[in-house]
Ligand binder design. Sequence first.
Ligand SMILES: CC(C)(COP(=O)(O)OP(=O)(O)OC[C@H]1O[C@@H](n2cnc3c(N)ncnc32)[C@H](O)[C@@H]1OP(=O)(O)O)[C@@H](O)C(=O)NCCC(=O)NCCS
Length: 171
Amino acid sequence: MSGGTHAVGSANETDRPFILSVVNAAFGRDDEAQLVKKLWAADAVTLEFIAVQDDEIVGYCAFSEVTAKPAIGGLLLGLAPLAVTPGYQSKGVGNALVEYGLNSCQARDAALIVVLGEPAYYGRFGFEPASKFNISWAAMDAGDAFQLIDYADVAGNDAYKIDYHSAFSEL
Ligand SMILES: CC(C)(COP(=O)(O)OP(=O)(O)OC[C@H]1O[C@@H](n2cnc3c(N)ncnc32)[C@H](O)[C@@H]1OP(=O)(O)O)[C@@H](O)C(=O)NCCC(=O)NCCS
């Protein structure tokens, strides 16, 4: 079957082997797929979505809870990983996954979403450098690559440090 359109929806357990293949192919190594496996094993994926095209899973994105120091109330999520099968890249699949994912996060009343990645890519979705809000990644200074969307206006006077789930530190 062929066709130019993709559909995005929630992932379920039967999708898992296909998701791992997509993540592995997108990153060209196994580390991120291993991370996804660890997050599943720890039941740490809060929201996850797949993109389907030509009857195949061709894209995946996950959101897992992050923590802030000092504490920030509400649901704080990190977007990672985002992956699209190489042959299906640059066709809007990543875009559709992130938009669908962020809408779902908002529907869950997420207060804050963070992401580590290219500002040139994530800026289009409303992500801004976290440094602008005096918020940083606890693990290291990632510069403008560490970005966020502050849906609940949680950023204030404090300098917050954000930590991902422990599975990320093994990446
Ligand atoms: C990043 C990724 C998810 C984007 O998915 P996609 O389906 O190709 O994205 P879209 O089609 O929605 O958007 C494509 C546009 O995004 C931009 N883009 C893609 N990757 C980019 C990057 N690393 N930096 C800046 N812009 C980027 C380009 O402008 C591209 O436009 P073009 O087709 O005119 O070149 C995909 O390329 C991928 O899986 N890459 C490997 C894994 C990865 O790096 N994941 C992100 C980790 S933070």
